[in-house]
Design a protein around this ligand. Structure first.
Ligand SMILES: Nc1ncnc2c1ncn2[C@@H]1O[C@H](COP(=O)(O)OP(=O)(O)OP(=O)(O)O)[C@@H](O)[C@H]1O
Length: 640
């Protein structure tokens, strides 16, 4: 029986896919901000305020200029400035000029200082936020179960961790300051314009409702386009990642033209989706510019008419040249940032589409996780039991394993043999909880593996497979992966000797410090396997799993490794999967799997006497018969 708190995720169900979670995300930017953005919020606040005062300070010079024109040059009005006591204002014209210069220059200097503070704080905040979101998203990704990775392309995940999270940073850095400018415009300059001349301000502000309607139109249309762009970036990364990973296959199959076409297809899809965005942007950007420029031109016309002829119809009062110049300067400060709304909206839509993908990933449930009251396995004995286990990778399909039932005492060696695709590797994946059983249970030391903490469970098991991953780095770094700095040099050498790797390592010019290349490409398959075996020996686990772990080494080396392993596996529970039956001959128990079921079990002698599938496979491998009997050929073929 499964513990009640564990529900297995049906990866074939649409409602459990990444796409389903991504599409269901609402207000992604707010979600990311509230989850991760509150740390260092002080920087955000300082950036926001300095940005605001920076804009306000930049508004003072044109205002002073207008006053100076009217009071110093044309002498139409007295020299007066709001918030400045009259006693501070000099009476001589030349002193008023110097005073104006000091104010203008002082504001420029203040703007520069505020700008530096704003850049430092917002850049720090947004880059720190990007770092936090990226590391958290990666941590989450790492916890997701194998079923997720089986169904997800790595290129797509790379584009989320890389491009999408960077978009998020850009939004909070660049778009934030843009937003500050826009807010300053809408509040600050509007107040200034109204203060200067409310009648003329109404004319300038007519652009706002028009621009709002136009922006809403644009947002509705561009939203799905940005979703498509982010999707096409993911698809392109997936294609490139696949092709670079399979470059040797492409070369040996001479499929370069075919692959060039496939890359061209995804690149073209990216171009097309971008082109859709550009088409919309080419209407929106110039359109919104036209609206704001038109408001400036109309303000100029109405104000000019007012100065030359007198108040236009419906307007009243007087307007001096200086006041008009100030107003026009101000309204340009108004229209300039107003045009920035278009850029902000695009950045927002881009970040929103990226945010959906990041939050979608964050929301994916972890199918295989620590239970709430996880038990830590301490000093395990290595007793393993499979209790009538049934398992299938995809819930809709036939199970891959049915009725798997066996027990292993501590220190025993159990071999799993059988035709390819029979389910041997799957059986052992369940022991490490790479997947959870559908029915029945797998137990270690009497505990259902689903009740144990994943780290203590996996610490107890050392796993070496046919395809071992080596990280770019030195041989020493790869052997000590998992034990890291704890591993003593002598222990590393001992482990390498036991894995028959010491000899070939010391033959290399740089010995243990030899760089293995990406994924160990600079080593042979057999050398990689031996490094992986040394790595596992060094971790000193209670249970060892060798899944075709010596398939890439020659028979002599395999025998040497076997000899060393006999010593290491003597008092540990060991599982062996091997097609080469000589490797498993000495196992305490051999389980023969066919079509996901255990069809024979016993030791080597017992199975030979039973004269079933194992005995026939043995006879072929030992050269006692040239071929399998017809009946077994049929069985093996059917089981694949
Ligand atoms: N990640 C996966 N997702 C879906 N199906 C899978 C997955 N891994 C394996 N299978 C299927 O499960 C079945 C058993 O595979 P498994 O790798 O356990 O067989 P095996 O006996 O170890 O084969 P081999 O000897 O070739 O390694 C196969 O039909 C395979 O196609």
């Amino acid at each position: 029986m499964s513990p009640s708190h564990i529900e297995r995720r049906d990866v074939t169900d649409e409602s459990h896919t990444f796409e389903w979670y991504r599409d269901g995300v609402e207000r992604p930017l707010w979600r990311l901000f509230s989850a991760f953005g509150t740390d260092r919020l002080g920087y955000f606040g300082v950036g926001l305020f300095t940005g605001l005062f920076e804009r306000l300070a930049s508004l003072v010079p044109p205002f002073v200029l207008g006053v100076a024109i009217d009071a110093v040059f044309t002498q139409q009005t007295a020299y007066q400035l709001p918030f400045v006591p009259e006693a501070w204002i000099p009476s001589a014209r030349i002193d008023q000029l110097w005073f104006s210069f000091a104010l203008i220059f002082g504001c420029f200097a203040l703007t520069a200082v505020l700008s530096t503070v704003r850049m430092l704080t917002t850049d720090y905040y947004s880059h720190h936020l990007m770092y936090v979101v990226r590391t958290n998203t990666y941590d989450k990704l790492q916890r997701l179960d194998m079923a997720f990775f089986d169904n997800q392309q790595k290129g797509e995940l790379m584009s989320i961790l890389n491009n999408d999270i960077s978009n998020f940073e850009q939004f909070f850095d660049d778009a934030l300051t843009r937003a500050v400018r826009i807010v300053t415009v809408l509040v600050g300059i509007t107040a200034f314009l109204v203060y200067l001349n409310w009648q003329l301000a109404v004319i300038t502000l007519l652009a706002v409702p028009l621009l709002t309607l136009f922006t809403l139109w644009f947002m509705r249309r561009v939203e799905p386009v940005y979703d498509a762009i982010r999707g096409s970036v993911g698809a392109m990364n997936t294609r490139l990642e696949n092709n670079l990973g399979g470059i040797d296959l492409i070369k040996t199959m001479a499929t370069e033209p075919y692959e060039s076409e496939r890359v061209a297809d995804v690149s073209y899809r990216y171009f097309e989706t971008n082109w859709d965005r550009i088409k919309l942007a080419t209407v929106y950007h110039p359109g919104s510019s036209l609206v704001t420029n038109a408001s400036f031109a109309v303000t100029f016309l109405v104000g000019g008419y007012w100065v030359v002829v007198g108040p236009p119809p419906l307007l009243s009062g007087t307007l001096t040249v200086g006041a008009l110049v100030t107003f026009l300067f101000m309204s340009q400060r108004f229209t300039g940032p107003l045009k920035q709304i278009a850029v902000f909206i695009e950045q927002y839509e881009n970040a929103r589409a990226s945010g959906k993908r990041v939050v979608g990933l964050q929301e994916m449930p972890v199918g295989v996780d620590d239970p709430p009251d996880a038990r830590d396995l301490t000093a395990p004995d290595g007793r393993v039991a499979y209790d009538d286990v049934t398992f299938g990778y995809d819930a809709g399909d036939d199970p891959v394993l049915t009725g798997i039932d066996f027990e292993v005492d501590p220190g025993e060696t159990v071999a799993l043999v059988g035709p390819t695709g029979a389910g041997k590797s799957t059986v052992l994946q369940l022991l490490m909880r790479m997947y959870d059983v559908d029915d029945g249970r797998v137990a270690l030391d009497g505990h259902d593996v689903r009740t144990l903490s994943l780290s203590s469970l996996r610490d107890a098991i050392g796993y070496v497979s046919q395809e071992n991953y080596l990280f770019g780095g030195t041989i020493r770094e790869n052997i000590t992966y998992g034990t890291f700095a704890v591993a003593e040099d002598e222990a590393v050498v001992e482990a390498a000797k036991a894995a028959e790797a010491h000899g070939f390592i010391t033959d290399l010019r740089h010995g243990y410090e030899t760089e293995v290349g990406e994924q160990g490409v600079k080593l042979s398959g057999g050398q990689r396997q031996r490094i992986a075996i040394a790595r596992v020996i060094l971790t000193d686990p209670e249970v060892l799993v060798f899944d075709e772990a010596t398939s890439d080494v020659d028979t002599e080396t395999e025998m040497l490794i076997q000899r060393s392993l006999d010593r290491i596996t003597a008092d540990r529970t060991t599982f062996l999967i091997a097609h080469r039956l000589s490797t498993v001959k000495g196992a305490d128990t051999i389980l023969v799997l066919e079509n996901g079921e255990i069809v024979e079990r016993g030791d080597h002698e017992e199975l030979l006497q039973a004269d079933g599938l194992y005995a026939n496979l043995w006879k072929v491998q030992a050269g006692e018969v040239d071929d399998l009997p017809e009946a077994f050929v049929d069985r093996v073929a059917r089981s694949d």
